[in-house]
Ligand binder design. Structure first.
Ligand code: ZN
Length: 252
């Protein structure tokens, strides 16, 4: 007889897939359990008590049954179905992108149980509805996500001489993503310039600036910001992001 136990947890549904005739296989993220697969038996039957509760994006209170092999969902009660996100096409695509990036980057390992990651995910979904430019909320999510995962490079000063940025300097980054001041740049190295304005914007977003303040930036600045962020995100995802195509964001 294997280990069996009942677990209560709050979690968000990242993905849902048909399993056989009547069941679904759910991928959910919970701060207590991390990213897990859970089977919902009979959830595809019309009179299932799961009806409406197990949609992607829902935050639910779950009761799960754990065996040595897997989790089975025994109860799910929706706490937030993000109705306003579902009612807006553009915002719902951005929300799907956030879930997809999260799901692809966070592994099924137990060490990826994190209240901070869960909070970032939940807050970012709320932020999509709060801001005047929701695609900036996506960039803010990506940045803070990369920061939490420890992937983002040092943004405050030169990686080599540690000098802080000033307005007169030309700043560039190399293929490893290290930011380099003008004095430390070598002529034969592959480098791409980055505007100090973009670095300041990154600091603003990392400090949760969008939560408090409206931000107006040009399309060019937003594109530059996005391609910089994606340089760090892309290798981490392992495969292509689908939602990006739907929105015509081709900076991956
Ligand atoms: Zn330097």
């Amino acid at each position: 007889v294997g280990l069996k136990r009942s677990v209560q947890t709050r979690g968000i549904i990242l993905n849902k897939r048909k399993q056989g005739e009547a069941d679904d296989l759910i991928i959910l993220y919970s701060p207590d359990l991390g990213k897990i697969r859970a089977l919902s038996k009979g959830s595809r039957k019309i009179l299932s008590s799961f009806c409406g509760h197990l949609d992607t994006l829902n935050i639910c209170q779950f009761q799960l049954y754990k065996t040595a092999y897997r989790y089975t969902i025994t109860q799910a009660v929706t706490q937030n179905s993000f109705k306003q996100i579902r009612q807006n096409f553009e915002i719902s695509v951005l929300a799907a992108l956030i879930l997809e990036i999260f799901q692809k980057s966070v592994s099924f390992e137990e060490e990826e149980q994190s209240q901070e990651l869960f909070n970032l995910l939940e807050n970012s979904l709320h932020l999509l509805l709060k801001v005047n430019n929701p695609s900036l909320a996506l960039e803010s999510f990506k940045l803070n996500f990369l920061e939490l995962l420890g992937i983002l490079p040092n943004m405050t000063n030169c990686s080599f001489c540690r000098q802080f940025w000033n307005e007169s300097q030309k700043i560039a980054f190399n293929k490893d993503g290290n930011l380099i001041c003008q004095n430390c740049q070598k002529p034969n190295e592959f480098l791409k310039n980055i505007d100090l304005k973009i670095i300041k914007l990154i600091h603003f977003l990392l400090k949760g600036g969008l939560e408090r303040q409206k931000l107006k930036i040009s399309k060019e600045e937003q594109n530059e910001l996005q391609s910089f962020i994606n340089i760090f995100l892309y290798p981490y995802l392992g495969s292509e992001i689908h939602g990006q195509k739907i929105l015509g964001l081709n900076h991956f």
